[in-house]
Design a binder for this molecule. Sequence first.
Ligand SMILES: Cc1ncc(COP(=O)(O)O)c(C=O)c1O
Length: 402
Amino acid sequence: MIQKKNNIRDDFPIFKNHPELVYLDSTATTQKPKAVINAMTAFVSDDYATINRGIYSLSYHATQKCLAARKAVQNFINAKSEKEVVFVKGTTEAINIIANSYLNHVITDSDSILLSDMEHHANIVPWQQIVSPNQIKVCNITNSGELDWDDFKKKCQNNPKLISLTHVSNVLGTINPIKELIAYAREHTDAIIVIDGAQAVGHMAVDVQDLDCDFYCFSAHKLYGPTGIGVLYGKYELLDEMTPYQTGGDMIELVSFEQSTFTKPPAKFEAGTPAIMEIMGLHACINYISTIGFKHIQEIEYSLYEQLINEVQSLKDFTIHGESNHKAAILSFSIKDIHPHDIGTIMDQEHIAIRVGHHCAQPLMKRLAVPATARISIGCYNTSEDISKCVTALKKVVDFFK
Ligand SMILES: Cc1ncc(COP(=O)(O)O)c(C=O)c1O
């Protein structure tokens, strides 16, 4: 049963250890609840052993725990089978696998792929290693920071081999209508569809069967879980036909010096000893989020975002980047004549952690015609007081420079 929790902040030791901290950089990475820290510590203290290969009980139980984690991920994103859940380091590695193990084997010189102007470098650079620049088509965004539907439809006419889009922009906060975009692409192209879910999974329920994407990628560390672990979801038929780009132990059937044969997905893509402890953390963060429920997480995040938007109205020369009606609680902004790094530095003196820079989205910075932005991003542990302190500090920044 989903419980409504009121004291979420108390679940996160970082706030006890840094009572003055106002953490507003959850888009970069989220803080970790005790549930995740304890699950990882308990596993290492009580249950740690290698998985898949040990005949002894400790290893058997560790293996069972990893299988349970995979099952939990399957349920979390509603994949058809746990065999469609590949454990990876994170979103970046997931996309690299698709680029190298899928695209690399099917792309021809006359093919194109379709990305968008709001993609993170993780959803640009891996493709660039496989195709030439003229094969990469880019869907425009509108001035309010939404995908330009007309341009998307126009670029689908090229019948791209692959379309890879972010679910939620890490800069603009825009939540793309990916279900509708995928449905359109299915009807008008033969493209394989990849969704970068790095910024979505911590804020909304994701149902990969309902979306009908071919691949969906995310990182646990943006989901209140540990670094070093993430998920590549892929439709089984696709994973099955793909050739792994990393090979070694744990992913083979037979090995001789003449040749090796590979096992089935997901193990086929999990060469080497996996991040066992982090897999426990991933399972724990999924359980943690499920206890709170996305409805409650969204209530918190949206009410704080609304407060933030109302309070920044009073700031002079304040420009918001990304004004879609359908947004996550992410606010990128510029203040005229003040460099974002100066904003970030002064905010830090007030113990307010926000992100400044290009946010690994240099093409988007170019589109917005700014070198960098400042970004405030809200997580389920933030409070109304955090927002007020943040806006007070922003006022100080303006007063200092103007
Ligand atoms: C939209 C988006 N995609 C991909 C990534 C890359 O995630 P990771 O660094 O966890 O692989 C990020 C990280 O900020 C992101 O925001």
